[in-house]
Design a binder for this molecule. Structure first.
Ligand code: UDP
Length: 573
């Protein structure tokens, strides 16, 4: 064993780890340091190697990367690896069949998942609509929104005992007869707070909107219920998204064209942040590479270290493969599915930091071109690593009949890339969230428990110091404006590179998502930020562009439309 070396963590990262990640004894005293936590994680996955020498070698390799903050598995792995719980997955996808039995079985299944720190996406589309006949009682069905409320209340209660907020997503297909109530559900009932809502949009629906046609709403029981003008539904959907940020859109036909396991059924939806789209009872282990730690100094500037990136990708794919076998899922059905399909969700964080270091604007063609090269490299190497593991350990058991078999690619994993939001792990590794631009030059961050931290973009701080521009007055201005674009005295070449979330046009947010999606077999969690002044038409335009660019989903957020915003410019009450 090499000598103990505590990772170099920020005060905020230390606080988060102490409050929620480090193990505690019965009296709730913290009994490990961050080094111990990373060693516990590395040993758990290293321990899956065959021979003792390999176990030792891989444990040290995993540990090295983790301590250097070069990558990180998602939160459940950090929390649970090497503990009696040993549930390591962040993402789960469940389905609800149209029976009382299934409604409550799925809810129980979800309860077991939430207890272990996972997030769950639910498909409500098989439930009969409100008012449909219930043959055994001759009564009428309460419909999907009523069941959504039951689920939301349950998630609230269960999450109180857990370490994470219980993230939940509900998906309803656009042709379900309850669709209008679904879209408005959260605006009408403010007590639904744990679920995010999504609508599965079909190509057929988009065609009907384009042609200004009527669109048929049909019951899951098989008959059509009524016809409505497709545009009316689309406008309502965009209005609600403008007003509350929901529903998000899920492009179901696009997702199914990429379904790696069509022989296991259809994809109806994904996990709460929608980076993992899969057939029901799938789950996924996530890890994200910190791109910022793959920069190296060059002539006073920075360059991206592709060789180091390659090595990290191969290490993390092996780590994730081992994680599938080390994992203990709370239901036999989940465990069987995970072992048969072996999905992994490799992603990244710190893209915005790397773009700034390389002096490329996030919103520019050059910025996108770097992101595209990075994503293409990530895909190519992740596939190479999975192929190599298939050679060493075998293709995933359900490979026969899969999309990969059709393509003639022998892989160890049915899903390779999923770009997760990295909401906590990017903070732990002190970088920017996944592919998101940074929120603002100065902002406040609320963490679980309501505590507020003020932060400044460290790269901007350095730059301003270098130019002798860092004054209290300027900081105040930055805090107020959320942008450097209108500030006099800051040179234009800095303004071109230091662009923040609201400086970037929705179309440029989407284009960044699209160039990356091209190489991602799974999906991407990304928020398209809009200023408070954005109109409904702008939301509609963003949603439509997302579809045209071939994205698998889209989430918009207009500033100030939610009270629980994590990052903000001014103090929230
Ligand atoms: N997730 C969850 N609760 C949370 C945040 C996330 O269950 O409070 C799940 C959700 O399925 C999400 C996935 O974890 O899609 C990854 O989220 P993120 O990358 O933000 O997690 P991190 O590993 O940074 O904590």
């Amino acid at each position: 064993m090499k000598e103990r070396r505590e990772p170099c963590l920020s005060p905020l990262a230390l606080k988060i780890l102490e409050e929620r990640y480090l193990l505690r004894d019965k009296e709730r005293h913290v009994i490990e340091t961050p080094y111990d936590m990373y060693r516990r994680v590395a040993e758990t996955m290293g321990g899956q190697e065959k021979a003792p020498a390999e176990q030792k070698e891989w444990t040290e390799r995993f540990l090295e990367g983790l301590l250097n903050l070069e990558w990180s598995p998602a939160s459940p792995c950090l929390m649970n690896a090497g503990t009696p719980l040993q549930q390591l997955s962040a993402c789960f996808v469940l389905d609800i069949e149209d029976s009382m039995e299934s409604i409550f079985t799925t809810l129980k299944d979800a309860a077991l998942i939430y207890k272990t720190g996972g997030g769950v996406g639910f498909h409500f589309g098989k439930l009969r609509e409100r008012g449909a006949l219930v043959s055994t009682t001759k009564g009428y069905s309460s419909g999907t929104v009523a069941w959504l409320k039951v689920y939301d209340t349950a998630v609230e209660a269960i999450a109180q005992g857990g370490k994470r907020r219980g993230a939940a997503l509900g998906v309803l297909p656009v042709h379900h007869p309850d669709i209008l109530s679904w879209i408005k559900a959260k605006a009408i009932d403010r007590e639904i707070t744990n679920f995010n809502l999504s609508v599965a949009i079909t190509d057929e629906f988009i065609r009907a909107v384009d042609r200004d046609e009527y669109f048929t709403l049909s019951s899951p029981l098989g008959h059509s219920v009524r016809q409505i003008p497709a545009r009316e539904l689309w406008n309502e959907l965009c209005y609600q998204a403008w007003s509350t940020g929901e529903p998000g859109l899920f492009f179901i036909d696009r997702a199914n064209r990429d379904n790696p396991n069509p022989h296991f059924g259809r994809i109806y939806g994904g996990n709460p942040c929608s980076e993992f789209l899969a057939v029901p009872y799938s789950s996924c282990n996530l890890a994200s590479i910190n791109l910022e730690k793959h920069l190296r100094k060059l002539n006073g500037g920075w360059e991206f270290d592709w060789e180091k990136f390659r090595t990290t990708i191969h290490t993390v794919v092996r780590f994730l493969d081992n994680m599938i076998d080390a994992n203990v899922l709370p239901l036999p059905k989940l465990q069987e599915m995970a072992l048969a399909t072996r999905p992994i969700g490799l992603g990244f964080m710190g893209l915005a930091r790397v773009l700034k270091a390389l002096e490329l604007g996030y919103h520019t063609g050059e910025g996108r071109s770097f992101a595209q090269s990075m994503a293409s490299f990530l895909r190519q190497e992740a596939e190479a690593a999975s192929r190599a593991l298939a050679g060493e350990r075998g293709v995933y058991p359900a490979w026969s009949g899969s999309l990969w078999e059709k393509k003639g690619v022998r892989l160890r994993h049915s899903n390779l890339l999923s770009i997760a939001p990295t909401g906590t792990i990017a903070t732990l590794t002190n970088t920017s969230w996944s592919l998101e631009p940074e929120f603002a030059p100065v902002y406040q961050r609320r963490i679980l428990g309501g505590k507020v931290f003020w932060e400044m973009d460290p790269q901007l701080e350095e730059k301003l110091k270098e130019l002798d521009l860092d004054t209290p007055e300027l900081r105040q201005e930055l805090e107020k404006k959320g942008s450097i674009q209108e500030i006099k005295g800051i040179p234009q070449e800095i303004k071109n590179v230091f662009v923040y979330s609201l400086d970037i046009k929705p179309a440029d947010h989407l284009k960044m998502q699209a160039v990356i999606q091209e190489y991602v077999d799974g999906a991407i969690s990304k928020t398209i930020n809009l200023p408070a002044s954005a109109t409904v038409a702008e939301v509609a335009k963003a949603y439509r562009l997302a579809y045209d660019l071939g994205l698998k989903g889209c989430t918009v957020y207009r500033q100030g439309t939610r009270l629980d915003q994590v990052l903000s410019l001014t103090k929230t009450k």
